[in-house]
Design a protein around this ligand. Structure first.
Ligand code: SAH
Ligand code: SF4
Length: 355
């Protein structure tokens, strides 16, 4: 049975008569958080019965949840065919109260979603890549991750969360379903997550970057660069053989960037591989002329990996150099390092436990 979360509101409007029912169904699912069609009280009984025969609401079942000291939570879900994926909830700002106990602002959250089971790209540092590719997620399976986390964490429907496509999988290798998910997320009768609050992270599939740019959806882009020369990058990311650094930069130059936004460059720092001042200088040069922001990520070691976590002093010096030369640079605080942080790691541990 398929999940109704796969359907855009337009698709439901075409299928269901009278078509205003589509809006009501969207509101029940995404804003009133119902778990069954029977709870959709303003729908005629026969329509509820028809929908229950045809669709499920959630395609996910929770297998495991891990909480880290800093408040981030990592979830392992089973899909309807029992394959598993991970999703992470990252609190960006905690709730604050004034001295009278009145809330001054709400907590802000980002949800890190998976877009595929496994991944074809096979980056040397990534556990998801090691397990190979299994299948694409459908749009509904992507949307369900955010809906599930909002429900489970009692996040009010009107609190808009941010979405980053930085979980398992390469989103631009599943462009059709990912762009459909972007539209379902954005629906004002649904989760109301505007494309400006959604960031696609890619290993650099140049033709797909151009294609996404032409769609002009307003979505934000993050590039997993990780190296400043092709020799190093190809060792870390075999995709660089097909699309080298120049081809990625050329593709980016065609991508529409909102006036107040920048393209995010993710740079995974690995000890003695790409952590030198020489690399920082070359990165500054490479990104000259692009509206860029750099996010440095500490490599998160996992069993079976030859790479090492970089020294903090080298990461800080790298960031200081870029910032002092006018290139905005942040260091990703390793949210949830104690909960097997980077993508693929919770899934791997669970499989080891089960083995
Ligand atoms: N496939 C896309 C999005 C998913 S990966 C991409 O590669 O951009 C999301 C991020 O997790 C990437 O920037 C990736 O480099 C990072 N990542 C993968 N393995 C990691 C590890 N062991 N430690 C830290 N970050 C890792
Ligand atoms: Fe795939 Fe991204 Fe992991 Fe590379 S880092 S293997 S592209 S999920």
């Amino acid at each position: 049975m398929t999940t109704i979360l796969d359907a855009t509101k337009d698709e439901l409007e075409k299928e269901i008569r009278p078509n205003f029912r589509a809006k009501q169904i969207y509101q029940w699912i995404y804003q009133k958080y119902v778990n069954s069609f029977d709870e959709m009280l303003n729908l005629p009984k026969n329509l509820r019965a028809e929908l229950s025969k045809k669709y499920t609401i959630s395609p996910l079942s929770l297998i495991k949840e891990e909480q880290s000291g800093d408040g981030s939570k990592k979830y392992l879900f089973a899909l309807s065919d029992n394959l598993t994926i991970e999703t992470v909830l990252l609190p960006m700002k905690l709730e604050e109260f004034d001295e009278k106990g009145i809330r001054v602002h709400h907590a802000r959250y980002t949800v890190c979603v998976s877009s595929q089971v496994g991944c074809k790209i096979g980056c040397a540092f990534c556990l998801t890549g090691k397990s190979g590719f299994v299948r694409n997620l459908s749009a509904g399976e992507i949307v369900a991750q955010v809906l599930f986390l909002k429900k489970m964490n009692n996040i009010d429907a009107e609190r808009r969360v941010n979405v980053v496509y930085m979980g398992m999988g390469e989103p631009l290798d599943n462009l059709q379903n990912v762009t459909k998910a972007i539209n379902i997320f954005a629906d004002l009768d649904g989760l109301s997550i505007s494309p400006k609050r959604q960031t696609i992270s890619t290993s650099g599939l140049s033709p797909q970057i151009v294609k996404l740019g032409k769609m002009d959806m307003g979505v934000l882009l993050a590039i997993s660069l990780h190296a400043i020369d092709d020799d190093t990058r190809v060792k870390l990311m075999p995709i660089n053989k097909a699309y080298n650094i120049k081809s990625v930069i050329d593709a980016l130059k065609t991508f529409p960037v909102n006036m107040r936004k920048r393209i995010l460059f993710e740079y995974l720092i690995i000890k003695n591989v790409n952590d030198s001042m020489h690399s920082a200088k070359k990165l500054l040069k490479l990104l000259g002329g692009i509206k860029a922001k750099v996010n440095l990520i500490y490599f998160n070691p996992h069993a079976g990996s030859d790479f090492q976590r970089p020294d903090e002093k080298d990461v800080v010096a790298f960031a200081d150099f870029l910032n002092s030369h006018g290139l905005l640079c942040t260091i990703r605080q390793s949210k949830g390092l104690d909960i097997s942080a980077a993508c693929g790691q919770l899934k791997q541990r669970k499989e080891n436990e089960l083995a």
